[in-house]
Write a protein that binds this ligand. Sequence first.
Ligand code: ARG
Ligand code: ZN
Ligand code: CA
Length: 398
Amino acid sequence: MDSDFGLIFGDNVVFSLASMALRKALLLGIGFVVWAQRAHCPVDRSFLRLPVAWSTMRVQDGGDTLWVPVVFHLIASDSSRWLSASRVQDQLQALNRDFAQVKVQFYLPARGPQGQPTCGITWTLSALGAGHDYRTEEDTLKKLIFWPPDSFVNIWVVENMADNTIGYARALSDSASLPGIVLVQAVTGNRVGTQRRFDWGRTAVHEMGHVWSLLHPFEGGCAGLTPADCAIAGDEICDTPAQRGPHFGCPAPGSKNTCPDQPTDLPDPVDNLMGYVDDSCMTRFTPLQGQRMRTYLLTVGSALISPENQQARRNALQESFCEAILALPQPSRPTPTLSILPDRVEVTPPALLSLYDGMGRLLRQGYGSLSTEGLSPGWYLVQLPTWGLVKKFFYLEP
Ligand code: ARG
Ligand code: ZN
Ligand code: CA
């Protein structure tokens, strides 16, 4: 496993991964608008079982700023309803304001996955953008449009969601659906004032914490009270005092103490960005939360912070071609070319392909190209959901 992640034993800053919960599994944080429903986020902790080998792992972190490309996929049911590019810009600034604490910075890439010029924003028209329900529509929404999630953090912005959810996250390398963040428009931006209490762009910050393995400080209630178990119980972070449950509103720092930490009882971390208080009152990640996210990025998320991505860190919205892109009627994307080749089906530029048999049963899905290996001769359908293109073809064994 060490070699999997290319971990280095260095004398620089050496992090123990003993406490890390780096799983190729699910972390789903659901953001409820708390005045409507004071619900816990159903974060799935099953992925936290730690393989023994991890306890000896180290990763070198030189402490440099890590630059991460994000793409905002604006999904709306009508072309008058997409979030504005300036709100995207504001949200980017809010992310960078808060992630400066842990020396992680985000940028809108000027080149997309096929090397095409981009503003780091995509526009999609779909009924799925209105009244989004994460319980039933996560996959279909994300498959409308996504960029390769190992190279970009995908942020989908929908008009609104069912059940007053304001945002949710899925961790990297989670096979249950695509990793990344889904946000409602009202909380996307920075001090926009459209959704009081969630208007400083911190829902995105909180969800990004989940994408990179952080849990809520109140996870597990008062579990993990001692130095012996704080790294393996609760939120698995030893410098966030235990907290019995979420706090809401804006409690003053030091004003709440719901768990008896040992050996010293400390007040609840009410100002933590992974809690549920109002945006204006959550301000910090702790050093060990920062360390955990960075270690996660340096290992599981290493493609996000590749040398190419460190180089490419311009904010695309400031590039001159962005003016031209933003001036175009959206969506305006190149018409896809579908090729049925002897050994595969291919689409340029790459998009999600679905292959159905003559009975309409889904056989295969893939991004950009699908192998036809093992198909028996007969009729098949290929579909590109983004463009609604359906093509029928007869496949003959090569
Ligand atoms: N409850 C949501 C979640 O766990 C996010 C809450 C964010 N809180 C905020 N003040 N923005 O994913
Ligand atoms: Zn959460
Ligand atoms: Ca306490």
